[in-house]
Design a protein around this ligand. Sequence first.
Ligand SMILES: Cc1cc2nc3c(=O)[nH]c(=O)nc-3n(C[C@H](O)[C@H](O)[C@H](O)COP(=O)(O)O)c2cc1C
Length: 201
Amino acid sequence: MKNKIILSVLILLTLLIITGCNNKTQNTNSNNSDSSTSSSEMKKSSNSIVLYFSATGTTKSIAQRIAKQLNSDIIEIIPKEKYKSEDLNYNDDCRANREQNDSKARPEIENAIDITKYDTIYLGYPIWWGTNPKIILTLLDTYDFTEKTIIPFCTSGSTEITNSVNELRKYNSNLTIKDGRRFSSSDSDEVIKEFIDNNES
Ligand SMILES: Cc1cc2nc3c(=O)[nH]c(=O)nc-3n(C[C@H](O)[C@H](O)[C@H](O)COP(=O)(O)O)c2cc1C
């Protein structure tokens, strides 16, 4: 009789241990499903791309930092005729000034840019005379952005991005262009993260 009681207690204990293990396994599995959610979020990021034009490297650096946090592809918009420092001397009658003053100027892009597989385009440029450089209009003329969401970002001495975004919207009213944001090179990774979080949700 005593043996039977000991055996029953042992069976009960074994059952309790097995049930505990199962619960643990379920918890681990639900953790796994959490990590699969975050990997699907990673996939979402791979649907975005960073495109940027940068004449002197400031916008390039911000573009690279955005792409790094997004874990996305990045493509530079390369002008066929590179901008030398004398082309950017805005106190003079330089090439950049002449282009900005010419409504028909569309500086050629050297590289082919494939945006077909992306839904979201982070589009970066420096501010030139209060707006986007004309090569950005060449980009919009050359590729079909109608099914995409464009998220502009810029760098500048101090000018905000608002005017350039309004002009881009006016240039092609079929496009979906978000408000975007101006960055300065001293902006922290936290500022970049906030920008991405606001636009990816
Ligand atoms: C032709 C030209 C015009 C510019 N116009 C402005 C302007 O209107 N407002 C401003 O804040 N900065 C202006 N800038 C400064 C640039 O926007 C700034 O230096 C920018 O960060 C350069 O970016 P990048 O290095 O990617 O080319 C101008 C620069 C150039 C070359």
